[in-house]
Each structure stands twice: as structure tokens, then as C-alpha cells.
Design a protein around this ligand. Structure first.
Ligand SMILES: [Zn+2]
Length: 308
């Protein structure tokens, strides 16, 4: 990716070396993880919600504010949202280089520009997320987390959390190298932020507490594949700027392959347990990333009403 010399985002908070003592949680039940089981309850089906989301921009035109509908009237209290984790394993805790910070800041800036443009085209305002760089451990509005949990997005404070040693792990342990593999990881987390802004994530976090584990896992996969698709949408527009290099998209697709649930489970435990999948198989992750990339259309990222 031809990222050097491009705008860097001001929304990066560097908390490396602070050991996580900085950012006090704002209350709430603390860290919720996917998958999380629950019992009973009913409520609106997510398909209905997603149809609304897909119609989001259309509804705007007739004076309805879909964000208000989808946010469910405060169903997600600050700190009450489940953190969306992406991956696992041990980080080394080594501080990231300044160049790494510059890279992350530049990719984040590119996501800001792209998503602002997409929202603006529909008469909406994109609110930038913050991205927190940390080392070792961190406190978020979603609770305490260690690097081992991998990058995550916390809807409660609208921040992406990233220990960049994950990128070394991605390269060395998972066999996903290249700067655009890393950009994909960031864009995926930003995809969760887009889901938060459009009401998908709050609804999911609310609904999954009323579901059994298998059902919650399945919906988690739908959420995650949509974030992959949104990452693809971002890559589509980034490509149009002429800053993708030969092989960049292959790096991202390879990363999606390497961190698929089936591939990861085979590597870490030697066998797969499909009911436990919560991010999607390698093939699914590649498919949805490629799908977003091909068209650049959000409407092609409806993982809730399309067979995945
Ligand atoms: Zn995710």
C-alpha cells in the first residue's frame, strides 16, 4: 500500500507502555465476549433489523431517522455493549515502532475519508472512531483486555483497540504477511464501528443475550462476515485512489483465509468444531471480503439476508 506521505489521523490514542491503568471503565457489566449464551426472550428478528439497515438510506428520504429506530432507544448503555474480539494468542508486548504508528494512523485516516464519503453521499454524518494503541493490557468501556484477545472494537466507547504486536503474530504464527493484511485487520474493526453507528451492533449485543450459544455463534458469524465485507468496501474505494500495490488485495485475502475459524482451530487444536465458529470459515471470510471489494456497495454486505 502506498501509504507514506498521506494524511494521518488524529484519532489514534497511544497508550503503549501504560499497562492499561489509564482508561477507567464507565460501568456496565464489563467484558462480554462472543460467544455468550443466554436464555429465553424474543423480540424483533435481526433479519427485520437488517432489512431496515439496508433500507436505512432510503428511509432517510422520507424523514424517518432509522438510527433512532435501530438504536432501540438506549438499549445499549455505555459499557454495556459486548466487545467484539478478533482473534487470540499471545502477544509479546513489545512496543510498536513509530513507523507502525504512522502506518496505523494513515490507514485509519483512509477509513475516515472513505466512510465519511459513503455516509455523506446519503446525507449522513460519519462519526470517527478512536483507535487505541496499547501494549500488554488495557481497560476499555467493555472491561479489561489483554493483548492475547487480539484487536477488538468496543461499542461502549466507540474505540478500536490494537496491540500492534498482533501484526507480528499475524505474520509469524498465522502466515499472513504484508501491510495490506494489517490494513484489512484495521478496516475490519472499523467495519464494526460502522455497524455500531448503523445500529446493527447494539441490536446484536441485545439479542444475543436472549439466545442459545449456537444461535448466538451463528449471528456472530453474520456480524463478523459483514465487517469483513465492509473492510472490502473500504479496500474498493482505497483501490480507486490508486494507492493499492500489486498483491495488496491478495495479502488481505490471505489474512482472511488464515484467520478463518476452521483454519485457526485446525492449527491450534488439530480439529474443528463448526458449532463453535463465531467469525466464519476461511472460505466465508475470503468470500465476503472479496464481495465488498468487488462492488464497493454496502447493499452487497447483507450477511443477514443472504446465504453465507
Ligand atoms: Zn470482528
Amino acid at each position: 500500500m502506498l501509504w507514506k506521505g498521506r494524511r494521518q489521523s488524529d484519532n489514534v490514542e497511544d497508550q503503549r507502555g501504560q499497562g492499561g491503568g489509564f482508561n477507567l471503565p464507565r460501568g456496565g457489566p464489563g467484558r462480554l465476549r462472543i460467544p455468550i449464551g443466554g436464555r429465553s426472550g424474543g423480540g424483533m428478528s435481526l433479519s427485520t433489523i437488517i432489512i431496515l439497515v439496508v433500507l436505512y438510506f432510503g428511509l432517510k428520504a422520507i424523514g424517518i431517522d432509522p438510527l433512532q429506530i435501530l438504536a432501540g432507544g438506549g438499549g445499549l448503555a455505555p459499557g454495556g455493549g459486548g466487545q467484539i474480539t478478533d482473534n487470540s494468542g499471545e502477544g509479546t508486548g513489545a512496543p510498536a515502532s513509530d513507523e507502525m504508528k504512522q502506518f496505523v494512523s494513515t490507514v485509519l485516516a483512509e477509513t475516515e475519508d472513505t466512510w465519511s464519503g459513503i455516509f455523506q453521499a446519503e446525507g449522513l454524518t460519519y462519526e470517527d472512531p478512536k483507535l487505541v494503541l496499547f501494549s500488554g493490557q488495557i481497560r476499555s468501556a467493555c472491561g479489561f483486555a489483554s493483548s492475547a484477545a487480539g484487536p477488538f472494537y468496543c461499542p461502549g466507547d466507540r474505540k478500536v483497540y490494537l496491540d500492534t504486536t498482533f501484526f507480528q503474530q499475524l505474520d509469524q504464527q498465522f502466515g499472513a504477511s504484508g501491510d495490506f493484511a494489517q490494513a484489512y485487520v484495521i478496516a475490519h474493526e472499523v467495519g464494526h464501528h460502522v455497524q455500531n453507528l448503523t445500529g446493527i451492533l447494539p441490536k446484536f449485543n441485545q439479542m444475543r443475550q436472549q439466545m442459545g450459544e449456537a444461535e448466538a455463534n451463528h449471528m456472530s458469524v453474520q456480524v463478523e462476515l459483514q465487517a469483513d465485507c465492509f473492510a472490502g468496501v473500504w479496500a474498493h474505494f482505497t483501490g480507486q485512489k490508486g494507492i493499492l500495490e500489486q498483491g495488496d488485495m491478495d495479502e488481505a485475502l490471505n489474512a482472511a483465509q488464515q484467520i478463518g475459524d476452521d483454519t485457526m482451530q485446525k492449527k491450534t487444536q488439530g480439529y474443528v468444531v463448526p458449532e463453535s465458529f463465531n467469525h466464519g470459515t476461511s472460505e466465508q471470510r475470503q468470500t465476503w471480503l472479496a464481495r465488498g471489494y468487488r462492488s464497493g456497495k454496502l447493499s452487497d454486505c447483507d450477511t443477514f439476508n443472504t446465504p453465507i
